[in-house]
Design a protein around this ligand. Structure first.
Ligand code: ADP
Ligand code: MG
Ligand code: ZN
Length: 187
């Protein structure tokens, strides 16, 4: 079995990561591939149902996976003879458990594409995104628009919701900002 390709999209919130994944799912399915699209069970911002939803509210069907049990992906892929797995919100998945699961799936010939925040609102590495990006054949950095100055934004800035690393929210809690404008939220 030929080793499959890993592609990672990394960037701040609103940089279009989920939009890219939704498009990819459509294209692969149109080519007749069996695609499994997943997200961590934690992310119910735009829908309680398992769908990938962009901030533009475009959606594609997905399955929830327990972020502490990424090995479930192996069973799911086998059961449905999946050719390609698309994972959104990689940052929420367990850092050390997720990487070997992805390696195994690639060995089995399952194409893998993931998207997530590389850094949290303090600019600290967030989950397995960066490590996976370094392993990936293709690592694509995406930018949003800085909500303070209008320039290209590579950071996610928290503007509410406390100081824990994992706080799921959208525009009420996070904005995109550039290096010059970014401030670390102190509560
Ligand atoms: P991500 O998954 O990276 O958070 P999405 O694909 O869900 O991003 O959403 C991208 C969309 O978010 C853009 O097409 C745009 O309509 C919207 N958006 C809201 N705020 C911003 C911003 N600051 N910069 C760029 N796009 C933004
Ligand atoms: Mg997203
Ligand atoms: Zn700025």
């Amino acid at each position: 079995m030929k080793k499959a390709i890993l592609t990672i999209f990394a960037g701040p919130m609103y940089s279009g990561k989920t939009t890219k994944l939704i498009k990819l799912a459509e294209v692969l399915e149109a080519k007749g591939q069996k695609v499994l699209t997943v997200k961590p069970a934690i992310d119910t911002r735009y829908s309680k149902k398992p769908v990938l939803a962009s901030h533009d509210l475009k959606t594609v069907k997905a399955a929830f996976v327990d972020m502490n049990k990424p090995e479930e992906l192996l069973k799911m892929a086998e059961k449905d003879h999946i050719n390609h797995i698309i994972i959104d919100e990689l940052n929420f998945f367990h850092k050390t458990k997720t990487i070997p699961v992805i390696k195994k799936l690639l060995q089995k010939g399952v194409g893998m594409t993931g998207a997530g925040l590389a850094y949290d609102y303090r600019k600290k590495p967030f989950g397995p995104t960066l490590k996976l990006g370094k392993m990936a054949k293709h690592l694509i950095w995406l930018y949003a628009i800085c909500q303070k100055c209008g320039g290209p934004a590579q950071h996610t800035e928290r503007v509410g919701g406390g100081t824990g690393q994992v706080v799921v929210g959208a525009s009420e809690m996070y904005i995109a900002s550039c290096s010059k404008c970014h401030r670390v939220y102190r509560g």
